[in-house]
Design a protein around this ligand. Structure first.
Ligand code: ADP
Length: 403
């Protein structure tokens, strides 16, 4: 069975086509600048030349059509006809409290995703456009939706409630939802396989450190607490997001600098974090380079970034009453040995000892970077959200009798 995985944004769309018999990626690519005259489709497939096509793609329906044309292209394609796409799986950022797991798309599911637009106004409408575009191009093909928030729906109220008047939760569903759930779920399972111990016995802290960054306490295979909140702004310091701050700063900034609500929102999401403190960049690589060239601000930014991660690990070790393994994943977590070592050097009180040599080694496989006698295993596990989306889609389609 071939599963097409789609991550649809407002002006871009990423795709991967999986052959689920062997769980291998047959082709992948992205469409950028949807809605413009010069949209770009980049595509690569095993054993074929990479290609890049510029054309006018005014909406998501046309974007999906172009992707399907490319997948069946004589030179660059991997399928003979579009009938060989057996199912489509979509990444959806926000599933609110309605979705605790992945589901097949039905009219009710679409209605519910629309109801959640308020909670993720930038993301969910764009995902809906992807679903509709697939329906128009492949009306007979089953679609599944996989939510970033679903894995975190196991959090107890003590973790997900905010200490503000209850009316906000009851009326507006203001609570912690958490994000990166698909990734955390995937790497937790990989960590359990790697350690040869069942998830039901493990206390893990998963640090998903990419452009967006979060820490999650995974207790016996379930999300117990996570650092992102009602939106992905809370928690760790990120490339351009502030993470935690005293909420009184918002009203103070509005008063002192005469900012509008939109401006404050934009300041905290796009002009804060590593970028604001270093004054250089929101990209860890560039911050490290500036730090190595003597920038004090870059050094401060990097140390704050690592310290925030360390504090969350400590907090989650306390809330689970222990930790068996610490797992690093995503762009920064998988690639920056310096960040991992900076985070871990303050965690020796947990009996955690990093093996400096193993930390520096590179691999695209799950691996341990702690010493043999470390009381806490430290792992680097490459994440693969697309594979998990493909697996869930495959499972749901096979489980449903009429397909
Ligand atoms: P996203 O959150 O967009 O999915 P990724 O998980 O792909 O992001 O992470 C992207 C980030 O990874 C980039 O911002 C980049 O700073 C970071 N990154 C990639 N390689 C390295 C590296 N060698 N050292 C530090 N950071 C890296």
């Amino acid at each position: 069975m071939n599963v097409l995985v789609i991550n649809s944004g407002s002006s871009s769309l990423k795709y991967q086509l999986y052959d689920m018999k062997i769980e291998s990626v047959l082709a992948k690519g992205r469409v950028e600048r949807i809605g413009m005259e010069t949209s770009i489709l980049s595509h690569e497939a095993e054993g074929k030349p990479e290609t890049r096509e510029v054309s006018e793609i005014l909406d998501h329906t046309t974007a999906i059509k172009k992707v399907l044309d490319m997948l069946t292209h004589r030179e660059f394609g991997v399928l003979r006809t579009i009938e060989e796409v057996d199912a489509v799986g979509h990444r959806i950022v926000h599933g609110g409290e309605s979705f605790r797991e992945s589901v097949l798309v039905t009219e009710d599911v679409k209605l519910e995703i629309r109801r959640l637009f308020d909670l993720a106004p930038l993301h969910n409408p764009a995902h809906m456009m992807g679903i509709t575009a697939v329906e128009r191009n492949l009306p007979e093909v089953p679609q599944a939706v996989v939510f970033d928030t679903a894995f975190h729906q196991t959090m107890p109220p003590v973790s997900f409630m905010y200490a503000i008047p209850m009316v906000f939760y009851k009326k507006h569903k203001v609570r912690r939802y958490g994000f990166h759930g698909t990734s955390v779920d995937y790497v937790s399972r990989c960590a359990s396989d790697f350690l040869g111990r069942p998830l039901s016995e493990l206390k893990l802290v998963v640090c998903h450190i990419g452009n967006g960054a979060s820490c999650t306490a995974v207790l016996h295979g379930k999300s117990h607490d996570t650092s992102m909140g009602m939106t992905p702004l809370e928690g760790l310091m990120m490339g351009t997001r502030s993470g935690d701050l005293d909420p009184a700063i918002v009203t103070f900034a509005i008063n002192k600098e005469d900012l509008t609500l939109n401006e404050v929102n934009s300041m905290l999401n796009k002009h804060s974090g590593l970028l604001a403190v270093s004054g250089v960049s929101g990209d860890v690589r560039e911050v490290v380079e500036a730090m190595n060239n003597g920038s004090e601000n870059a050094k401060l930014a990097f140390e704050m970034y690592a310290n925030r991660i360390r504090k969350y690990i400590g907090a989650y070790a306390a809330s689970m009453n222990g930790i068996d393994a610490l797992v690093f994943t995503a762009g920064v977590g998988e690639n920056s040995a310096l960040l991992r070592s900076e985070v871990c050097k303050g965690l020796t009180f947990l009996g955690l000892a990093l093996d400096d040599k193993r930390n520096e080694e590179r691999s695209d496989q799950a691996r341990s970077i702690s010493t043999a006698d470390s009381r806490v295993d430290v792992l680097v596990v490459p994440t693969n959200e697309e594979l998990l989306i493909a697996r869930d889609t495959y499972r749901l389609v096979r489980e449903t009798p009429h397909t």
